[in-house]
Design a protein around this ligand. Structure first.
Ligand code: SF4
Ligand code: SF4
Length: 396
């Protein structure tokens, strides 16, 4: 039996593109599904431990599915890849003020999974109801699909040295979604080459040296264990001490390697048309001191339907404490003193570190006071290291 004619496939692909744009995506591309070109490099990356604690990336089943999306959906032939712009600008002075919190742009209001997954599912259902019966599955970033590779193959852009998909005219502040389908369609040409050229701005600007350039297959490589996004969101335990000073006041994710990219200059990027991605009150730009006072109830209310919930209150307050330590102002001592009695050891330990960085007589007194009653051995160690740091500073 012969398959659909090339004319029909062209017509279906054209209709899918139109429907995806109507659903509010800024770009759409259609690619054939085949094994990933970067699977061996990805395996190596996992084996070298560079995924850190991100088990969902490192598990053998996840690696296998990333290596070949057709394992995910039986008989998958086609990937429809869509991009949604989430760019929002910073207000003047917001980022430079070390007493205020910087949240990555994607996390300033609603969780994009909740906002965009229904649209992707609607696209899949529309294809099934209007064009032809199809089997498939929609993934909004969560699925173990190598989205960036598929997006490049669908002609949407190239993987920059900062590891992000860059689309000329749109930049890299885009969410990528994929619908895998078990039918063959007409395909877009893959994106031709990469346009980073000799630029290394992102690599040079990364405060933690997490970006490692490209591997032999041409894929950009990142040591996720050093990336601020990983440290402030995915890492559940203490942030390594040597990396804390490099985080500054970026308390949830990091956009530095996107901010410096010439393809994200004001000339190219546009502010998102999606109201759900515009900053909500009390998140980006909030006073660190005020955030440090968040109760469990306050955290739940402030971050309702926000991706920040992923870090949980203890993770966010851990990060805020690091931000306060990096600010280094004695104004933060009272709130950090309170935090030394927080119910979460993770918060108490990072508050101790921050007090050590601030290093006033007042911080020494509260640290000594807490040392007597603290029962958690890791927090006691943090207190002791903080006191030593203050002593070292004062003897200089
Ligand atoms: S997100 Fe920040 S820390 Fe991570 S690679 Fe980019 S610049 Fe470096
Ligand atoms: S900053 Fe330069 S090297 Fe990095 S992704 Fe952008 S163009 Fe490529």
């Amino acid at each position: 039996m012969s398959g659909p004619s090339s004319h029909r496939k062209q017509r279906w692909s054209g209709a899918i593109r139109t429907r995806a744009l109507e659903l509010g995506f800024e770009a759409v591309g259609i690619a054939p599904v085949r094994a990933s070109d970067h699977a061996p490099a990805y395996r190596r990356w996992v084996e070298e431990g560079r995924a850190g604690e991100m088990e969902y990336l490192a598990r053998e089943d996840a690696v296998a599915r990333r290596a070949d999306p057709s394992v995910l959906v039986d008989g998958a032939r086609t990937a429809v890849v869509v991009a949604k712009n989430y760019y929002v600008p910073d207000e003047d002075g917001e980022v430079e003020d070390p007493s205020r919190a910087i949240f990555a742009r994607y996390a300033r209001d609603r969780d994009y999974h909740d906002v965009l997954t229904p649209r992707l599912v609607a696209l899949q259902e529309w294809i099934n109801d209007t064009l032809m019966p199809v089997g498939g599955r929609a993934y909004m970033d969560t699925g173990p699909v190598l989205e960036r590779e598929l997006a490049a193959r669908a002609g949407l852009g190239w993987a920059g040295r900062n590891t992000m998909l860059i689309r000329p005219g749109l930049g890299s502040y885009v969410f990528l979604g994929t619908v895998l389908l078990d039918v063959e369609l007409a395909y877009d040409d893959g994106f031709d080459g990469e346009h980073c050229g000799s630029c290394t701005r992102c690599v040079d600007a990364c405060p933690t040296d997490a970006l490692m350039g490209r591997d032999a297959s041409g894929a950009p490589v990142m040591d996720a264990r050093r990336c601020i996004s990983y440290l402030t969101i995915e890492l559940k335990g203490p942030i390594p001490r040597d990396l804390r000073p490099l985080i500054g006041n970026r308390i949830y994710g990091c956009d530095i390697c996107q901010e410096v990219c010439p393809w994200n200059s004001e000339k190219f990027v546009q502010i998102t048309d999606e109201p759900a991605f515009r900053p909500r009150e009390g998140v980006h730009g909030a006073e660190l001191i005020e955030l440090m006072k968040l109760t469990p109830e306050g955290f739940r209310k402030r971050f309702r339907k926000s991706p920040v919930k992923r870090a949980k209150r203890r993770g966010l307050l851990r990060n805020v404490a690091v931000g306060l330590g990096n600010w280094g102002s004695p104004e933060a001592v009272p709130v950090l003193t309170e935090a030394l009695s927080d119910e979460e050891p993770l918060v108490r330990g990072h508050a101790a570190w921050a007090l050590g960085r601030i290093g006033t007589e007042g911080s020494t007194q509260v640290l000594l006071g807490r040392a007597e009653s603290e029962e958690d051995s890791w927090v006691r160690e943090e207190i002791s290291l903080a006191l030593s740091a203050i002593e070292r500073e004062s003897s200089r």
